[in-house]
Design a protein around this ligand. Structure first.
Ligand code: NAD
Length: 499
């Protein structure tokens, strides 16, 4: 087949895929000791893709044992940084080579559109491995200023075995966000993908071995939160946990740590982010595309979704008119069709949760202008892109994370009222501001308590810029940028008294 370009082409690739079904521990495949498996379902069709090992504490313990052995033997943790760099660069290349296969696998597993999967896996995931590979031999320690009778060195060492627990919304990208800096730092990892989307992380582990990663450095344990996830959180031989997921589960990881070995826990969690349009903003194509992307990208299953769109009353009618035009043109449907804009929700359970929020919005008095329910005529867990006007800050749809394709418009009278509404949230992950006035842009950017503020364009930043939340969206730890590596390093002082 030449370069695939249609749903039919991607279905051919899908028909040839071999889905991973077992845990990857110490460089080889393992069934769960209990013999249990769980079904892996394509949410866009309801078809069972296969079964996957239902790992629990026994496999986590086995994986931690392999990770610890590999960490102590030093083949990775004490390898020269340029050796780690070479392996991670090979892994980046292998992901690029297998991008179509991985993207189709991810789309089938999650209901995400092939367009998004190709972008994430063909471009972003390899960029992460490449960027952190390049960083591996460019980070240095320091020598502290002391008198001439002393040398005091401050060195950074890999922290040891890290537990990485992932969500389902960007399965392979989140794996890369965590793994690339952890591996570049020299750590060994036990990674648990979300139970809804275990496939691409398992395939990645196999590719990492092909790239030259020593056995035991990357172990992937598919399983559920309360079993495998909790076992990672409570394991006494895991040195650090990095978690991305809901705020509720992030809190469990703090409890697990406090009841086990006090491991540090990096948390990247939910959001309820504002998209602010001031009266001087040009309501042009770029702004409307940003508004649509901010709410509907990945079907709204996005931690930084800017669902609360706070629009100055002077431009609200124009904004709504154009947003509705664009919303109605969005294509919801077959995730394998490159023309599809919104795929399926990740599961039937999540679809019901999103639909219940839409019902809450209707019953609380928000004005439904588009969408408002499950997509008619489609077999899987689809939800139509939904627009509400007349949302007020007290409504549940304005306070709780929906994690679905819902855009809610809240009118604001001037910049200070917009700021007050934007700040009125328990979360602090992201915000977007549209204005032509640089003073107002900086005023808002500095007063918004959140990890990323995008001005005049919706974006999460890129590999170079740290990503994480304030308040209930995160801990001090950050993914991305040089900051991410800090989660996986500890600082040692070597104080030498000269004779
Ligand atoms: P989730 O919290 O339900 O699950 C995340 C992971 O935690 C999964 O691997 C799950 O198996 C595990 N888990 C669940 N219950 C557990 C328990 N009791 N003990 C241990 N582990 C447990 O989140 P999700 O539904 O997979 O993902 C959606 C959430 O993730 C949203 O809140 C979203 O905002 C957040 N998210 C945040 C970011 C970020 O960078 N801030 C990025 C993506 C997603």
């Amino acid at each position: 087949m030449t370069s695939p370009s249609s749903a039919a082409d991607y279905r051919v690739i899908a028909s040839r895929l071999a889905f991973p079904s077992r845990a990857y521990i110490d460089g080889s495949w393992h069934e769960a000791t209990s013999g249990r498996v769980f079904e892996n379902i394509n949410p866009a069709t309801g078809a069972v893709l296969g079964t996957v090992a239902h790992c629990d504490a026994a496999e986590v313990d086995k994986a931690v044992g392999a990770a610890r052995r590999s960490f102590e033997d030093g083949a990775w943790s004490r390898a020269a940084p340029e050796e780690r760099k070479a392996v991670l660069l090979r892994l980046a290349d292998l992901v690029r080579e297998h991008a179509e296969e991985l993207a189709v696998m991810e789309s089938l597993d999650s209901g995400k559109t092939i367009k998004d999967c190709l972008n994430e896996i063909g471009h972003e995931v390899p960029t992460f491995f490449q960027w952190y590979a390049e960083l591996a031999d460019k980070s240095f320690g320091k020598v502290a200023p002391t008198g001439e009778k002393t040398v005091a060195m401050i060195v950074k060492e890999p922290v040891g075995v890290v537990g990485l627990v992932l969500p389902w919304n960007f399965p392979l990208l989140m794996a890369a966000w965590k793994l690339a800096p952890a591996l570049a730092a020299g750590c060994s990892a036990v990674l648990k993908p979300a139970e809804q989307t275990p496939l691409t992380a398992l395939r990645l582990a196999e590719l990492a071995t092909e790239a030259g990663l020593p056995a035991g450095v990357l172990n992937v344990v598919p399983g559920f939160g309360e079993t495998a996830g909790q076992a990672i959180g409570r394991h006494n031989d895991i040195d650090v946990v990095s978690f991305t997921g809901s705020t509720e589960v992030g809190a469990y990881f703090l409890k697990y740590a406090s009841e086990s070995n006090l491991k540090p826990v990096g948390l990247e969690m939910g959001g309820k982010s504002p998209f602010i349009v001031l009266e001087d903003a040009d309501i042009d194509d770029a702004l409307i595309s940003s508004a649509i992307n901010a709410a509907f990208w990945n079907g709204g299953q996005n931690c930084s979704a800017n669902m609360r769109q706070i629009i100055d009353l002077k431009v609200k009618d124009t904004f709504l008119h154009r947003v509705l035009e664009k919303t109605r043109a969005l294509v919801v449907g077959d995730p394998l069709d490159p023309g599809t804009d919104l795929g399926s929700m990740v599961s039937a359970e999540h679809q019901s949760r999103v639909l219940s929020y839409i019902e809450a919005g209707k019953s609380e008095g928000a004005r439904l202008l588009a969408g408002g329910g499950a997509s008619a005529g489609l077999p899987g867990c689809f939800v139509d892109p939904t627009v509400f006007d007349g949302v007020t800050p007290a409504m549940r749809v304005a306070r709780e994370e929906i994690f679905g394709p819902v855009l809610g418009v809240i009118g604001a009278n001037g910049v200070e009222e917009a700021l007050k509404i934007a700040r009125d949230t328990d979360y602090g992950l992201h915000a977007t501001i549209f204005t032509r006035d640089i003073d107002k842009a900086f005023h808002l950017a500095k007063r918004l308590p959140c990890g990323t503020v995008a001005v005049n364009g919706f974006t999460e930043g890129n590999v170079t810029t740290p990503f994480g939340g304030y308040k209930r969206s995160g801990s001090l730890a950050r993914d991305n940028g040089t900051e991410a590596v800090e989660q996986y390093l500890q600082t040692k002082t070597i104080w030498v008294s000269l004779r």
